[in-house]
Design a binder for this molecule. Structure first.
Ligand code: CA
Length: 213
Protein backbone atom coordinates (compact mmCIF):
# COMPACT_ATOMS: atom_id res chain seq x y z
CA UNK A 1 0.00 0.00 0.00
CA UNK A 2 1.25 3.43 -0.90
CA UNK A 3 0.78 6.45 1.33
CA UNK A 4 1.37 10.17 0.92
CA UNK A 5 2.44 12.36 3.84
CA UNK A 6 1.90 16.10 3.40
CA UNK A 7 3.78 17.69 6.30
CA UNK A 8 6.09 20.72 6.32
CA UNK A 9 8.13 19.64 9.34
CA UNK A 10 10.97 17.66 7.79
CA UNK A 11 11.78 15.93 11.07
CA UNK A 12 8.23 14.76 11.65
CA UNK A 13 7.74 13.71 8.00
CA UNK A 14 10.96 11.72 8.08
CA UNK A 15 10.02 10.02 11.37
CA UNK A 16 6.60 9.11 10.01
CA UNK A 17 8.08 7.77 6.79
CA UNK A 18 10.60 5.58 8.62
CA UNK A 19 7.93 4.19 10.95
CA UNK A 20 5.46 3.48 8.16
CA UNK A 21 8.11 1.98 5.87
CA UNK A 22 9.08 -0.41 8.66
CA UNK A 23 5.40 -1.38 8.90
CA UNK A 24 5.54 -2.35 5.19
CA UNK A 25 4.10 0.72 3.47
CA UNK A 26 5.51 2.57 0.46
CA UNK A 27 5.67 6.25 1.45
CA UNK A 28 6.06 9.56 -0.41
CA UNK A 29 6.46 12.96 1.25
CA UNK A 30 5.39 16.44 0.15
CA UNK A 31 6.56 19.38 2.27
CA UNK A 32 3.94 21.84 1.03
CA UNK A 33 0.28 21.77 0.07
CA UNK A 34 0.78 22.60 -3.62
CA UNK A 35 3.16 19.69 -4.21
CA UNK A 36 0.88 17.45 -2.17
CA UNK A 37 -2.13 18.27 -4.31
CA UNK A 38 -0.14 17.77 -7.53
CA UNK A 39 1.09 14.36 -6.39
CA UNK A 40 -2.48 13.36 -5.54
CA UNK A 41 -3.49 14.26 -9.09
CA UNK A 42 -0.82 12.17 -10.83
CA UNK A 43 -0.41 9.27 -8.42
CA UNK A 44 -2.85 6.76 -6.96
CA UNK A 45 -2.45 6.64 -3.18
CA UNK A 46 -4.17 4.32 -0.74
CA UNK A 47 -4.18 6.86 2.08
CA UNK A 48 -3.25 10.48 2.81
CA UNK A 49 -1.70 11.78 6.02
CA UNK A 50 -2.31 15.50 6.07
CA UNK A 51 -1.00 18.33 8.22
CA UNK A 52 -3.22 21.44 8.37
CA UNK A 53 -0.73 24.30 8.73
CA UNK A 54 1.14 24.06 5.40
CA UNK A 55 2.96 26.47 3.06
CA UNK A 56 1.51 27.34 -0.37
CA UNK A 57 -1.83 25.55 0.07
CA UNK A 58 -3.32 25.09 3.53
CA UNK A 59 -4.32 21.56 4.58
CA UNK A 60 -8.03 22.46 4.74
CA UNK A 61 -7.92 23.90 1.20
CA UNK A 62 -6.05 20.85 -0.07
CA UNK A 63 -8.72 18.62 1.45
CA UNK A 64 -11.51 20.70 -0.09
CA UNK A 65 -9.88 20.45 -3.57
CA UNK A 66 -9.14 16.76 -3.14
CA UNK A 67 -12.71 15.84 -2.24
CA UNK A 68 -14.01 17.46 -5.43
CA UNK A 69 -12.25 14.81 -7.50
CA UNK A 70 -11.41 11.99 -5.10
CA UNK A 71 -14.16 11.02 -2.70
CA UNK A 72 -12.76 7.75 -1.47
CA UNK A 73 -9.11 8.06 -0.42
CA UNK A 74 -8.92 7.79 3.39
CA UNK A 75 -7.50 10.96 4.99
CA UNK A 76 -5.86 11.13 8.39
CA UNK A 77 -5.33 14.68 9.63
CA UNK A 78 -2.36 15.31 11.91
CA UNK A 79 -2.27 18.76 13.37
CA UNK A 80 -1.25 20.87 16.31
CA UNK A 81 -4.51 22.75 15.98
CA UNK A 82 -6.29 20.67 18.54
CA UNK A 83 -9.26 23.00 18.94
CA UNK A 84 -12.58 21.31 18.60
CA UNK A 85 -13.84 23.50 15.73
CA UNK A 86 -10.79 22.67 13.57
CA UNK A 87 -11.34 18.98 14.15
CA UNK A 88 -15.02 19.23 13.26
CA UNK A 89 -14.24 21.32 10.16
CA UNK A 90 -11.70 18.74 8.97
CA UNK A 91 -14.10 15.87 9.46
CA UNK A 92 -16.90 17.84 7.77
CA UNK A 93 -14.63 18.41 4.77
CA UNK A 94 -14.21 14.66 4.40
CA UNK A 95 -11.30 13.64 6.63
CA UNK A 96 -11.71 10.18 8.13
CA UNK A 97 -9.71 10.53 11.32
CA UNK A 98 -7.81 13.11 13.31
CA UNK A 99 -4.66 12.96 15.45
CA UNK A 100 -3.43 15.88 17.55
CA UNK A 101 0.28 16.59 17.78
CA UNK A 102 2.24 15.50 19.66
CA UNK A 103 1.42 11.84 19.14
CA UNK A 104 3.43 8.67 19.31
CA UNK A 105 4.45 7.24 15.94
CA UNK A 106 3.10 3.80 16.81
CA UNK A 107 -0.37 5.28 17.14
CA UNK A 108 -0.21 6.68 13.60
CA UNK A 109 0.58 3.22 12.23
CA UNK A 110 -2.37 1.74 14.13
CA UNK A 111 -4.75 4.45 12.87
CA UNK A 112 -3.48 4.02 9.29
CA UNK A 113 -4.10 0.28 9.45
CA UNK A 114 -7.59 0.82 10.89
CA UNK A 115 -8.50 3.30 8.13
CA UNK A 116 -7.17 1.01 5.41
CA UNK A 117 -9.12 -1.93 6.80
CA UNK A 118 -12.25 0.18 6.76
CA UNK A 119 -11.64 1.35 3.19
CA UNK A 120 -11.11 -2.22 2.02
CA UNK A 121 -14.19 -3.36 3.95
CA UNK A 122 -12.30 -5.83 6.06
CA UNK A 123 -12.32 -5.72 9.83
CA UNK A 124 -9.49 -8.14 10.32
CA UNK A 125 -5.72 -7.71 10.07
CA UNK A 126 -5.64 -11.24 8.71
CA UNK A 127 -6.68 -11.91 5.12
CA UNK A 128 -7.74 -15.51 4.61
CA UNK A 129 -7.96 -16.85 1.09
CA UNK A 130 -8.33 -20.59 0.72
CA UNK A 131 -5.24 -22.24 2.20
CA UNK A 132 -3.50 -18.89 2.64
CA UNK A 133 -3.52 -16.64 5.65
CA UNK A 134 -1.78 -13.26 5.38
CA UNK A 135 -1.29 -11.18 8.50
CA UNK A 136 -0.97 -7.57 7.31
CA UNK A 137 0.14 -6.42 10.77
CA UNK A 138 3.05 -8.82 11.34
CA UNK A 139 3.69 -9.05 7.56
CA UNK A 140 3.72 -12.83 7.68
CA UNK A 141 2.16 -15.50 5.52
CA UNK A 142 0.96 -18.98 6.31
CA UNK A 143 0.10 -21.74 3.87
CA UNK A 144 -1.86 -24.58 5.52
CA UNK A 145 -0.66 -23.19 8.88
CA UNK A 146 2.97 -23.41 7.74
CA UNK A 147 4.99 -20.18 7.64
CA UNK A 148 6.16 -19.17 4.17
CA UNK A 149 9.17 -16.90 3.75
CA UNK A 150 8.52 -14.08 1.31
CA UNK A 151 10.65 -11.16 0.18
CA UNK A 152 9.02 -7.89 1.33
CA UNK A 153 8.16 -6.98 -2.27
CA UNK A 154 6.59 -10.39 -2.88
CA UNK A 155 4.52 -9.85 0.25
CA UNK A 156 3.40 -6.42 -0.95
CA UNK A 157 2.42 -7.80 -4.37
CA UNK A 158 0.49 -10.61 -2.69
CA UNK A 159 -1.27 -8.19 -0.33
CA UNK A 160 -2.29 -6.02 -3.29
CA UNK A 161 -3.63 -9.04 -5.19
CA UNK A 162 -5.53 -10.38 -2.17
CA UNK A 163 -7.24 -7.04 -1.61
CA UNK A 164 -8.19 -6.76 -5.31
CA UNK A 165 -9.45 -10.26 -6.06
CA UNK A 166 -12.58 -8.91 -7.77
CA UNK A 167 -10.79 -7.32 -10.74
CA UNK A 168 -7.99 -7.54 -13.26
CA UNK A 169 -5.01 -5.43 -12.15
CA UNK A 170 -2.19 -4.25 -14.39
CA UNK A 171 1.52 -4.51 -13.62
CA UNK A 172 1.67 -0.72 -13.57
CA UNK A 173 -1.11 -0.53 -10.97
CA UNK A 174 0.63 -3.04 -8.73
CA UNK A 175 4.00 -1.26 -9.09
CA UNK A 176 2.44 2.13 -8.33
CA UNK A 177 0.82 0.85 -5.17
CA UNK A 178 3.76 -0.97 -3.66
CA UNK A 179 6.59 1.50 -4.38
CA UNK A 180 7.33 5.10 -3.51
CA UNK A 181 9.17 7.47 -5.87
CA UNK A 182 12.52 6.80 -4.20
CA UNK A 183 12.34 3.04 -4.69
CA UNK A 184 10.55 3.03 -7.99
CA UNK A 185 10.58 -0.31 -9.83
CA UNK A 186 10.04 -1.30 -13.41
CA UNK A 187 6.59 -2.85 -13.91
CA UNK A 188 8.36 -5.76 -15.62
CA UNK A 189 9.81 -6.68 -12.21
CA UNK A 190 6.23 -7.35 -11.09
CA UNK A 191 6.22 -10.35 -13.46
CA UNK A 192 9.20 -11.74 -11.57
CA UNK A 193 7.46 -11.34 -8.20
CA UNK A 194 4.30 -12.94 -9.52
CA UNK A 195 6.20 -15.91 -10.94
CA UNK A 196 8.06 -16.36 -7.62
CA UNK A 197 4.73 -16.19 -5.78
CA UNK A 198 3.34 -18.88 -8.08
CA UNK A 199 6.21 -21.17 -7.12
CA UNK A 200 6.20 -20.43 -3.40
CA UNK A 201 2.42 -20.63 -3.03
CA UNK A 202 2.34 -24.03 -4.67
CA UNK A 203 -1.04 -23.59 -6.38
CA UNK A 204 -2.77 -22.26 -3.24
CA UNK A 205 -3.69 -19.10 -5.11
CA UNK A 206 -4.90 -19.14 -8.70
CA UNK A 207 -3.06 -16.26 -10.37
CA UNK A 208 -4.42 -15.74 -13.83
CA UNK A 209 -2.64 -13.66 -16.44
CA UNK A 210 -4.83 -11.76 -18.87
CA UNK A 211 -2.86 -11.00 -22.02
CA UNK A 212 -2.73 -7.34 -22.97
CA UNK A 213 -3.93 -6.26 -19.52
CA1 CA B 1 2.68 22.38 9.77
Amino acid sequence: MRLLIVEDSETLAKGLKTTLKTAGFAVDIAHDGALGLNLLKVQQYDLLILDLGLPKIDGMDLLRHLRLTNKTIPVLIISARDELDQRIKGLDLGADDYLCKPFILKEVTARVRALLRRSHHTLDTVINQGRLSLNTHTRSLKLDNRSIELHRRELSVLEYLLTHTDRVVSKEQIAEHICSFDDDINPVAIETYVSRLRKKLDGALKLKTVRGL
